[in-house]
Design a protein around this ligand. Structure first.
Ligand code: PGA
Length: 309
């Protein structure tokens, strides 16, 4: 069916007014031009769209069906036009961002700073673990993703922008908080609270201890950094988290970072999108902002130096 948008527009107008004359007035066309468009459309469709009874015209069944499609097509076209207009200006775009559970501790600060500078931009933010993010990337569901290093061999554009040190944490009363240069093997005797499978922190932790030949005892699994920190604070065991998650606990002194040899495990944060994806101007600007300015808007939380007292 080789139908043009112009034919559909004329047809919709005639169908709405049930009058060739009124449609020609609305569209600033001559009446023969309107009749010609309808005739060509009927030729393409292979069925009459109007029937004449006395002086009045009516839609045929095919006409009634087609007018629904014509309206939907025109509505979609208007929508597309609106979206294109929005994308042309940084000030009216929409940004879909997905971040790792662990990255959320700083991502909201970055979004706040970006939004102060571009007040017209609206956001949606998804927070999920590494596995969830890889799925979103494969489905091409978000403009920009912030996560740990993505796996090789995927069609992704990934650039590192900030360090992500992973540390071992303990309740401040734990005896190991008073020791220095703790060999990783010593941790074999300790109970550990760990993140859920699918978490990037968990993957990095397992890789580190496997390389050291250390087997951790009785792992208790927690599905969020918050739950894990609470458990460690409550004395359930030691934990391993990104230092980025510890702003509050380090400043309140309710968790301590242990001085374990080989730690912190040095990871990086990456800003990622699918290769070949066409970034909107807002998404491209946000990506630039993260790569060039993230560290101006977020400082890695530090353990106070006199906390061993
Ligand atoms: P996650 O952090 O542990 O919240 O998945 C992401 C990562 O470190 O890759």
């Amino acid at each position: 069916m080789n139908v043009t948008l112009r034919q559909l527009r004329v047809f919709e107008s005639v169908a709405r007014h049930l009058s060739f004359t009124r449609a020609s007035e609305e569209l600033f066309l001559t009446q023969p031009a309107v009749s010609m468009q309808i005739k060509q459309l009927e030729g393409q469709v292979g069925l009459p769209l109007f029937e004449q009874l006395g002086k009045r015209i009516y839609l045929t069944e095919a006409g009634r069906e087609l007018v629904g499609f014509a309206r939907r097509i025109m509505r979609e076209l208007r929508e597309a036009q609106l979206v294109m207009e929005e994308l042309q200006g940084l000030n009216r775009g929409r940004l879909g961002v997905a971040v790792a559970t662990t990255a959320n501790y700083f991502a909201t600060h970055l979004l706040a700073a970006f939004s102060r500078r571009n007040p017209g931009v609206s956001f949606s933010l998804d927070v999920t673990n590494r596995e969830g993010l890889l799925r979103l990337l494969m489905e091409n569901e978000r403009d920009v993703v912030i996560m740990g290093q993505p796996p090789e061999g995927q069609e992704l554009v990934a650039d590192a922008f900030m360090a992500n040190p992973l540390v071992v944490i303990a309740n401040p009363d734990h005896p190991l908080t008073r020791e220095h240069d703790i060999p990783p093997e010593r941790l074999q005797n300790e109970l550990f609270v760990v993140r859920e499978r699918g978490s990037g922190t968990r993957v990095a932790m397992e890789r580190f201890f496997a390389r050291q030949g250390v087997q951790l005892q009785s792992e208790m699994e927690m599905s969020s950094n918050e739950a894990l920190k609470q458990a460690v604070q409550a004395g359930l065991g030691l934990g391993l988290v990104s230092q980025h998650t510890l702003a509050m606990e380090l400043s309140l002194g309710c968790l301590a970072i242990l001085d374990v040899v080989g730690f912190p495990i040095q990871r990086q944060w990456y800003v990622v999108h699918r290769a070949g994806k066409r970034l909107s101007p807002v998404a491209a600007e946000f990506r630039r902002f993260v790569l060039e300015e993230a560290e101006d808007h977020w400082q890695l939380p530090q353990q106070p130096t006199d906390s061993s007292a």
